[in-house]
Design a protein around this ligand. Structure first.
Ligand code: G3P
Ligand code: MG
Length: 255
């Protein structure tokens, strides 16, 4: 963890989708593995079911990561509880369930994992997803350090900000747009997230000069991570939690 100029702490390495490549994505098994490997921070994606419950899930459809079919947003909570979210990754993970945000929060708190909750709204559900996830995050992490809540959807982030005025927010981009400062100011966002392959040194320098940490996804090579840190990037998301820890590239880091 490094103190940012804003006075709060930011880990250097986040396990991507809970446990990176070592577990089925967005599962409690991933959180367990990350904690066992000494990772201190995790990122996961959150989407709403047909019942309006936040679940850890990346795709709009169930097929790639579970034994279900159809859209997550059309599935009831009862249906989602039946799905196997491990078998497609490896038979050893058969029986692993899709977790609710509430279950993930309990595991993060139990293991002392700092969380980056990525709001991943299904198309057309941006506002509702942003508001529901932000409210739940505040309630689930009450009394402990609030997660960093990010999204590619500015509509979702605006809705999150409207219901949670003090929640730490992060703006997610592929390539950072020229008007990133204005967009972040309007949302009261603290962090800037972008694709590691598209990160721009001028943006990193400008962000550094105004105290905004830049976080890059998805970085699976420790040498690339070190290079990004020496360019001023504050943190990376990785699938290779077996290769990277929070001390990765610490020397000379500005945060
Ligand atoms: O939040 C960083 C990263 O997770 C964004 O991409 O598609 O893996 O959610 P994705
Ligand atoms: Mg994500």
């Amino acid at each position: 963890m490094r103190a940012t100029p804003l006075g709060w702490c930011l880990p250097r390495v986040f396990a991507h989708r809970c446990g990176g490549a070592l577990a089925p994505e967005n599962t409690l098994a991933g959180l367990h593995i990350a904690a066992r490997l000494g990772i201190t921070a995790v990122e996961f994606d959150v989407m709403l079911s047909a019942d309006g419950t936040p679940w850890l899930f990346h795709d709009e459809t169930l097929e790639r990561t579970t034994d279900g079919v159809g859209r997550l947003g059309a599935a009831s909570d009862v249906r989602l509880r039946e799905l196997d979210a491990g078998i497609r990754r490896h038979p050893a993970f058969a029986g692993e369930r899709v977790p609710t945000l509430a279950a993930a929060a309990a595991s993060c708190r139990q293991f002392g994992l700092y969380a980056n909750v990525e709001i991943k709204p299904a198309a057309g559900c941006e506002e509702l997803t942003g508001a529901v996830v932000a409210r739940q995050v505040e309630a689930l992490w009450a009394g402990s350090e609030q997660p960093l809540v990010s999204s590619f959807s500015e509509v979702a982030l605006r809705a999150a900000r409207a219901v949670a005025p003090t929640l730490p927010l992060g703006c997610l981009f592929e390539r950072v747009p020229a008007d990133w400062r204005q967009r972040m100011r309007q949302l009261g966002a603290l962090t800037l997230h972008c694709d590691a392959a598209l990160v721009d040194d001028d943006v990193v320098a400008e962000a550094g000069s105004c105290g905004v940490p830049v976080l890059c996804y998805t970085v699976d090579d420790p040498l690339l991570a070190s290079a990004l840190f020496s360019r001023g990037v504050a943190a990376v998301f990785t699938d290779r939690i077996d290769l990277m820890g929070d001390d990765q590239g610490a020397a000379g880091h500005p945060w």
